[in-house]
Design a protein around this ligand. Sequence first.
Ligand code: ZN
Length: 323
Amino acid sequence: MNRQTLDEFKQRIPLLEYMQAHNWRPVRQLRAGRWMGLCPLHEDRRPSLLVDAARNLFYCYGCGRGGDVIRFVELQQHVRFPEAVKLLRQWRGTALPCEEAAGFYHQQLAHHSVAVDYLQQRGIQSPEVIGHMRIGYASGDGLCRWLMQAGHVFATLRAAGLIAADGRDAYSHRITFPLEGNLYGRSIAGSAAPHRFLPGSKGGLYKWKQVCECSEVILVEGLFDFAVLRQAGFCNVTCSLGSHLNARQFQELTDRPRTVYLTFDADTNGSGQRASHLLAQRLRTQGIIARHVQLPDGHDPNSLFVHGADARQFRSLLEAAPL
Ligand SMILES: [Zn+2]
């Protein structure tokens, strides 16, 4: 593992989460993200271990030891560095290769003009948005070799659904978006199925932690819709990855009183509108104010912006949205 891969690896393993999964309990909070508790590395009677969750570091005022998450595992499990890395990989299971694959595809994006052109066509140019969403490109080649060089074994990559049985990338000619524990791939080649996910749940609402405090939330179906709205300056947007919400997404959306602007596709066959009305009824039973944003026929938020709409025009659609 080179320096950069190692740094990325460490960033993806939250020390506090690892410690809590190994029965460490913080005793008191110093300030946001900094915790004190009993040190598991020596016989500790009063809390002398500081865990800095934001910096992903620990330090013990009792035994004087400290460091990063790998150092913690070395000390706690009495193992050397390579073994500690292996233990952390096992602990993270298939989530880690998924995140690393997303990182690989994100790095690849700039090297493939076919992908950059496609994003342009879909109205996405902002480096800030591409970085924020970690948008990537799966050319169909190179992931397996790269992940195995980073220390993963073939069976884990197969189990994660990232690699086909013949060793090729499962995602090929797709724009990729990392989700929580999954990876969405949008095909840019005409013949393949447009949408692809890894086996397992699509997870909760997209970037929900960043909008859950908002009293007004814009809900869209697709990540390209999310991207153009974010690019236009709307920060209170989330995405359900399809017009059907799973139980977790519904629970998130209704966890406190708020207004939801349902901005599903105005499909010519009316399926988006039907899904929107059914969802609005369910939301209202939970005390949520649901408003239907009326897009011009045949449009979704993405195509609207691609056809020249701007933030002001979209804002007036929000204001006009009937209950
Ligand atoms: Zn200690």
